[in-house]
Design a protein around this ligand. Structure first.
Ligand code: HEC
Length: 101
């Protein structure tokens, strides 16, 4: 009985510490940021073109132009500069480039 309680407590502590580790090591994933912020208009593959969005798989934008439009928005696309950090914008730009053929 006592052993069982110890085992349960230890298991719980292990779970907690694992959660803590993933939280502190959380890396910025461009793919995840893209899915949650951009895919609604551009689609997972960049080709959706909802709400007049440009097809990102054929976009020829440089990294700088791409981060500028994400930061400040343009036309039907809103600005993301207030909610994404520079590092996050950079990660999203890297992901956008993987959508190109
Ligand atoms: C509300 C819909 C919407 C969302 C959400 C959105 N976009 Fe856009 N995006 C657009 C529209 C519309 C355009 C065309 C803007 C224009 O030139 O008038 C565009 C254009 C672009 C372009 C320029 C492509 C080119 O070659 O001209 C890039 C790059 C881009 N979006 C990236 C992103 C990224 C990255 C995100 C997420 C951070 C995102 N967009 C989120 C609607 C959206």
């Amino acid at each position: 009985m006592v052993l069982r309680i110890i085992a349960i407590t230890a298991g719980f502590a292990l779970l907690l510490s694992c959660g803590g580790i993933t939280e502190s090591n959380k890396t910025i994933s461009g793919a995840e940021l893209y899915q949650s912020n951009c895919a609604s208009c551009h689609g997972g593959d960049g080709k959706l073109q909802a709400a007049g969005a440009k097809d990102l798989s054929i976009s020829m934008m440089s990294d700088d132009e791409c981060s500028l439009i994400i930061r400040n928005g343009r036309g039907g696309m809103r600005a993301f500069g207030n909610e994404l950090s520079e590092a996050e914008i950079k990660a999203v730009v890297e992901h956008v480039k993987t959508l190109r053929k």
